[in-house]
Design a protein around this ligand. Structure first.
Ligand SMILES: Cc1cc2nc3c(=O)[nH]c(=O)nc-3n(C[C@H](O)[C@H](O)[C@H](O)COP(=O)(O)OP(=O)(O)OC[C@H]3O[C@@H](n4cnc5c(N)ncnc54)[C@H](O)[C@@H]3O)c2cc1C
Length: 482
């Protein structure tokens, strides 16, 4: 698909960007001497691969793909780039959904994929230390072998630890545990100048000075490159189970989210899907879920250390669902059945991407407002003639709205319709005290919504912080704000 978000076009004229230099053969030779010849590439295949993420933005190929293997290599690459005004775009697995890892100004795509070592799982301090290129699925697997648990669980398992930190990724378990920020205890970061700094570590408490670590988390590669992370862990629960509940109406399902919270049940996952989503994912995976004939569905996932406690939670959550309008409550208590439901839930976005032209609103609102949001959003879909498929983390208020092109909509009208619907959805979230991005970040495609949400004073504070960390502006330019 070829399009530019409408508002970006509008804002291009007043963009003040530093003058970047072109990479020369001499720069390339120096980069090769730092990371090894085999880790600097300009093959068409590599440039194409590193030009995109999972957002619908047009590709932005870098001039060179550079893959460092250590902190000192990252440091030397950044020093070279900084001295020569070469833009650098840090990249994890490029599964982001807002164009944050697109090398908008070409230059160096700094891929952290070779830095994928799990350095330590420290059972005494309940911490894991690892490099940024470790895939989050590999991190979870290695940690689970020690009977431990790293709660942040974004739907895309091939995302990297560094990417998760840099977007402050959320995911399925945020309702109970919070997001990536809540589980990062220490970071090693290379600044634009090449200087390496260590923040935090294994101390549970730390009130010493400003929390720079919190600035780096969620900064989308604009303040520094994460080269090592210390993750907080908790003991793993012995038992988990989930309920798959079909509802007679979308509003009943949305109201049930509020009721479950009110009744003080704290599921670790509370996900919402409509029938459109269930049918789409069934078609994509070529298998059936327990029910596909009702307007809306909730997945309510609970965990406990005894079977009795697990059953108590299942019973209470099941009764709430039935009282609130669920037509049934299918219980999955074996690992196999739970995996079938989670696999389907995690495949939703890939299914939509495979079958439709779309973009996604990543809004987050106070969860008590979900029924009102679901009801009012329908009118936005009708106003612009787009299909809205809400799906996601209802338990924490982060209900993603897939904005889908109808077959009859002409290609040329789609970008404007999509952006208008997105804009209205975001405005509506603001009216309800919500935010434009709950977990994906603003990156490139959503950056023009920042000022609308936080106002110019806060944007100027952010620009001041950027200027201190990266005075020449070489790190991931044109991201987060316009
Ligand atoms: C099907 C699907 C489902 C998804 N589900 C979720 C979900 O449930 N929750 C969620 O939060 N996200 C979700 N995402 C979005 C995406 O997976 C996350 O944003 C993820 O954190 C991106 O990680 P990545 O390694 O792919 O990073 P990239 O896309 O490569 O980069 C993302 C940003 O991080 C920066 N970055 C990457 N590594 C570093 C580093 N070491 N140092 C500094 N900056 C760095 C990049 O410059 C960029 O700004 C989903 C995506 C898909 C395709």
């Amino acid at each position: 698909m070829k399009w530019f978000p409408v508002s970006l076009k509008r804002s291009r004229s007043n963009r003040k960007m530093p003058e970047f230099a072109e990479l020369t053969p001499e720069h390339r030779a120096e980069l090769e001497s730092i990371v090894g010849k085999e880790n600097v590439s300009s093959t068409q295949e590599d440039l194409d691969k590193h030009a995109i993420d999972e957002s619908p933005l047009d590709p932005h190929p870098p001039t060179l793909v550079v893959k460092p293997g250590s902190t000192s290599e990252v440091s030397r690459v950044l020093k070279l780039a900084n001295e020569n005004m070469i833009p650098v775009t840090p990249q994890g697995s490029r599964t982001g959904l807002s164009g944050a890892s697109h090398p908008i100004h070409a230059g160096i795509a700094l891929s952290l994929e070779r830095m994928n070592r799990i350095i330590e799982i420290d059972e005494d301090n309940l911490m894991a230390v690892m490099e940024p290129g470790v895939l989050i699925s590999d991190a979870h697997e290695a940690i689970a072998k020690h009977g431990l648990y790293y709660p942040p669980d974004p739907g895309q398992e091939s995302g990297s630890v560094g990417g998760n930190i840099s977007t402050n990724a959320g995911g399925m378990r945020a309702m109970k545990y919070g997001v990536t920020r809540d589980f990062i205890n220490g970071l090693e970061v290379v600044l634009a100048s090449g200087e390496v700094i260590e923040m935090g570590g294994k101390n549970i408490k730390d009130s010493t000075g400003y929390s720079l670590i919190d600035l780096i988390i969620g900064s989308e590669g604009t303040l520094g490159v994460v080269t090592k992370a210390t993750l907080r862990l908790i003991p793993q629960f012995k038992y988990t189970a989930l309920i798959y509940a079909p509802f007679k109406s979308t509003i009943d399902a949305a109201n049930t989210v509020r009721e479950i919270v009110r009744q003080k049940i704290m599921p670790f996952g509370l996900e919402y899907m409509t029938q459109h989503t269930v049918l789409t994912v069934e078609k994509y995976l070529e298998r059936k879920l327990p029910d596909n004939s009702h307007p809306a569905y909730l997945i309510v996932a609970v965990e406990a250390n005894t079977k009795e406690e697990l059953e108590r939670q299942l019973e209470t959550a099941g009764e709430i669902c039935l009282d609130m309008g669920a037509v049934d409550a299918y219980i999955a208590d074996t690992a196999q059945r739970q995996n079938q439901i989670w696999e389907a839930r995690k495949a939703v976005f890939d299914a939509y991407l495979a079958m439709y032209t779309l973009d996604e609103a990543d809004i987050c609102i106070p969860r008590s407002k979900i029924p009102e949001y679901v009801e009012r959003a329908e009118a936005i879909g009708e106003k612009y003639g787009v299909l809205l498929a809400p799906v996601g983390h209802a338990g924490d208020g982060n209900l993603h709205y897939n904005i889908i092109k109808l077959d009859e909509t002409p290609e040329e009208e789609w970008p404007e319709l999509m952006e208008s619907a997105l804009s209205d959805l975001i405005d509506m979230s603001h009216e309800m005290g919500g935010t434009a991005s709950g977990e994906h970040g603003l990156g490139y495609t959503k950056r023009h919504y920042l000022v609308r949400e936080v106002g110019s004073t806060q944007v100027e504070l952010m620009k001041g912080i950027k200027a201190v960390f990266d005075p020449k502006g070489i790190l991931n330019p044109s991201k987060v704000w316009v």
